[in-house]
Write a new protein. Structure first.
Length: 221
């Protein structure tokens, strides 16, 4: 059993667009002493509103929430200096995704393929003020990629915003919806798209998708 940091009940928000996943996570959390699920939702904008209004101790967020991009939620929570610890769940395990999530301010990055006890371990770690990353990820490669990483992986050349636009493009999200999820203008999204394509030397969305599939950078849903 993962120890509770204080003699109190910690509130948890769960946000995932898949109902079975969301309810399964809720059941797991509720089965543990010291945790209470204060809400569930399937959209990013709703998750941000609940975090802002209710200030749960922990928010468990799927990386690819619809409506408002998850890392945009993280950015806003951090800008507002809210106390909620942010735990991100993802099917993606590439270095760039993990690093960008941590840079945005997530307290834990968990693979959905991991066992349930890792979620509870993550809760204990973040409530102690620490950072948790799924043990399945090779931390040495994530945090010490070497000086040649940008040459070996062109994704390292992309800025945080460019990578967010790239991530949504390869999931089939249209430019107009990307603008809405990131709360950018369509013209700005077009600028980021043109820049990332130039850096990757790929000149159409089909090429981006092929590149992402080859590197296992698309959702496995």
């Amino acid at each position: 059993m993962v120890p509770i940091r204080e003699l109190k009940t910690y509130s948890i928000l769960i946000a995932d667009d898949l109902t079975l996943v969301r309810e399964g996570l809720a059941a797991l959390c509720e089965a543990q002493p010291g945790f209470r699920v204060m809400g569930q939702c399937s959209e990013g904008a709703v998750a941000l509103r609940l975090i802002t209004e209710e200030k749960p101790d922990i928010a468990v967020l799927d990386l690819n929430l619809p409506d408002l991009f998850t890392l945009e939620i993280v950015r806003r929570v951090k800008e507002a200096d809210l106390p909620t610890k942010l735990v991100v769940l993802s099917t993606r395990r590439d270095r760039k995704t993990v690093v960008e999530a941590l840079r945005c301010g997530v307290s834990a990055f968990l693979l959905k393929s991991g066992p349930s006890h890792q979620l509870l371990e993550a809760f204990a770690q973040v409530l102690d003020g620490g950072i948790y990353v799924s043990p399945q990820l090779e931390l040495s490669k994530i945090f010490n990629p070497g000086q040649k990483s940008a040459q070996e992986d062109p994704l390292e050349l992309l800025s945080a915003r460019e990578y967010q636009v790239f991530s949504l493009l390869v999931e089939g999200v249209r430019a107009k919806e990307i603008a809405a999820r990131l709360e950018l203008s369509p013209k700005t999204v077009d600028t980021y798209r043109a820049s990332l394509m130039r850096k990757l030397d790929i000149h159409d969305v089909a090429g981006l998708v092929k590149f992402a599939i080859q590197r296992d950078l698309t959702s496995s849903r």
